[in-house]
Design a protein around this ligand. Structure first.
Ligand code: FNR
Length: 368
């Protein structure tokens, strides 16, 4: 029996297998006017095809809770009815293939207002549609403009925006919501002492630096049904500590374990464990499975279910991570872009039952 193709139940939601699609920005929403942040036919095709391919849960790309929280003008957003309606089509399509639709809610903080990966990634000048960014402190990400430090009133508004977007996500048919707490975006920048130099209740001590993340989670949890899961994506380490000046030390795996316990108490059901993104200068030992030990550490120390992600491409590799108890689910990013029907291929490799779309079943056969 393959662990990868065992269903998993979080709260009262059963997800048919443990091959999940990682959130990936496609920079494909219209940048201006009433279509800003609205999912297009591309999103529908792109996401539904992974559901048709047998992926158990599909996480829609980082979706901004406010206009200023977009990485680029072409990001998805979820602050108005039009955006909500377009995502409703997406969730219906994903569900029609027996897969579970999830969405990652995000605020890009000091890494907002760029041309996006497709546009080369550089910060946008004001005359090219750029806007002023915000962060915990007026500390810039390398090569980016200095953000405005958020006031406590503005922090409360952003927390509320996460709750409002979660409410819209539920109305759009999503069955799981993921808070983006990774990759140097706003939530992560509050966590890390390398980006957060505040002296109020949101900075300084560990308890103060995690306050914003916990407030966002509590606000989302409060509007999300008790029977459905809330996920949290974390950057388990900034990969900074060894060389960094003491006062600029980054976030570490031990910090992540401490945070995971707090998130668990706040109603998070699974930690999606990534790393990095806080600084451009971090030296990251990128290789297959390089982030898996962090997922394993959290799972062993807290019992909180974890997701492993990052350069996982082979069925046997994914199966081994689960079999070793390092994680509960596997998130695939680029490999699912290359191979939308990867779960079908993996099921055959691992001797598990195939989940073809009903339209194909009689033609291709269960053991094809
Ligand atoms: C990403 N990644 C990402 N992560 C995230 O949390 N939110 C996002 O919106 C995005 N966007 C995104 C776009 C593209 C084009 C790529 C390739 C990646 C990171 C992604 O979810 C995943 O963690 C990494 O790609 C590592 O996994 P793979 O690709 O090695 O399986």
């Amino acid at each position: 029996m393959s662990a990868l193709f065992e269903p998993i139940t979080l709260r009262e939601l059963t997800i048919p297998n443990r091959v999940w699609m990682a959130p990936m920005c496609m920079y494909s929403a219209a940048g201006e006017g009433p279509e800003t942040g609205v999912a297009t036919d591309f999103h529908l095709t792109h996401l539904a095809s992974r559901a048709a391919g047998g992926t158990g849960l599909v996480i829609v790309e980082a979706t901004a809770v406010l206009p200023g929280g977009r990485i680029s003008p072409q990001d998805l957003g979820l602050w108005n009815d039009r955006q909500q309606q377009a995502l409703t089509r997406v969730t219906e399509a994903i569900r029609s293939y027996g897969s579970v639709p999830a969405i990652q809610l995000a605020h890009a903080g000091r890494k907002a207002s760029t041309a996006g990966r497709r546009g080369g990634g550089a910060p946008l000048e004001p005359d090219a549609g750029g806007w002023r960014t915000v962060g915990p402190s007026p500390l810039a990400f390398e090569g980016y403009p200095e953000p405005d430090a958020l006031s406590t009133t503005e922090i409360a508004e952003i927390v509320q925006a996460f709750a409002d977007a979660a409410r819209r996500a539920l109305a759009a048919g999503f069955q799981a919501v993921e808070v983006h707490g990774a990759h140097g975006y706003l939530v992560h920048s509050f966590l890390s002492p390398a980006a957060n130099h505040r002296t109020d209740e949101y900075g300084g001590s560990f308890e103060n630096r995690i306050r914003f993340a916990l407030e966002v989670v509590a606000a989302v949890r409060a509007v999300w049904p008790a029977e459905l899961p809330v996920l949290f994506r974390t950057s388990a380490t900034d990969w900074l500590t060894e060389d960094a000046e003491e006062e600029r030390d980054g976030w570490t795996g031990e910090d992540t374990v401490r945070l995971a316990k707090e998130l668990q108490a706040a109603g998070v059901d699974l930690l999606d464990v990534s790393t990095g993104g806080l600084t451009a200068g971090a030296r990251i030992p990128v290789a297959p499975d390089y982030q898996v030990p962090f997922a394993a550490q959290v799972r062993a120390a807290t019992g909180l279910p974890t997701g492993a992600v990052g350069l996982i491409t082979q069925p046997e590799q994914a199966e081994a991570i689960l079999a070793a108890g390092q994680a509960d689910v596997i998130l695939l990013g680029r490999e699912l872009l290359r191979t939308p029907y990867w779960p079908q291929y993996a099921a055959r490799t691992l001797g598990a039952e195939r989940r073809w779309p009903v339209q194909y079943r009689a033609v291709v056969g269960a053991d094809a």
